[in-house]
Design a protein around this ligand. Sequence first.
Ligand code: C5P
Length: 240
Amino acid sequence: LNKTEKLYSGKAKDIYATEDADLVIMHFRDDTSAFDGIRKEQLAEKGVINNSINAFVMTYLADKGIPVHFQKKLSDTDSLVRRLTMIPVESVVRNFAAGSLVKRLGLTEGLPLKPSTYELFVKNDELHDPMVNDSLVVTLNMASQAQLDEMKRLSLEVNSHLVELFAKASMTLVDFKLEFGVAGDGTLCLGDEFSPDGCRIWDSATGEKMDKDRFRQNLGQVVDYYKEVAGRLGVDLNQG
Ligand code: C5P
């Protein structure tokens, strides 16, 4: 399959149509942004690393029975995925307090959250991704209640699989964001990507941050830590 027209260009990825109407190609760029796109930088090799980590994690989740749009890796920066109609709502699962939750509720970073929490945010940079609830999402026709229920169930299932995967590799999965969409046959699928750009990962032994917070907080060595995440998971960065 080849790329035909560019369908969409996001903050870190481009989506291309292919000759097959049901499949699109996701191209991972080195662009890294924070604060709703206000701060942007190119981080050499990030696209290659995130494409590999995403392929590894999505394959792992598919093997666990999670419906994912990911089909296969095509090159160091590209992956083939099912075409989805995206639900414009982000699902966030948290195992420890960090980021916006710490700010919003005045919690201490690292506070264990048991049971894990689940939040919804509307995907909208201009409005800084406002938090919403089921009632608003349903009334504003962004998703049905059945879809929301499925998104929550799948997100928490993804969490239990990934907490275990990361723990075995001496990493703590603090929180993450998922996006879902509907495939041509109507199935709700996990879309977008899973990479250190969209989750928080702390070294289980030292507590060091290994994710995009290194970029947001100017901690340095962003790509070095992404590579370390890949290495610990056993992701082969050289495999096409
Ligand atoms: O900022 P906040 O604490 O709400 O983020 C929770 C998790 O979701 C973090 O892992 C963050 O990287 C991710 N996230 C994301 N894209 C957004 C908002 C949050 O990947 N637009």
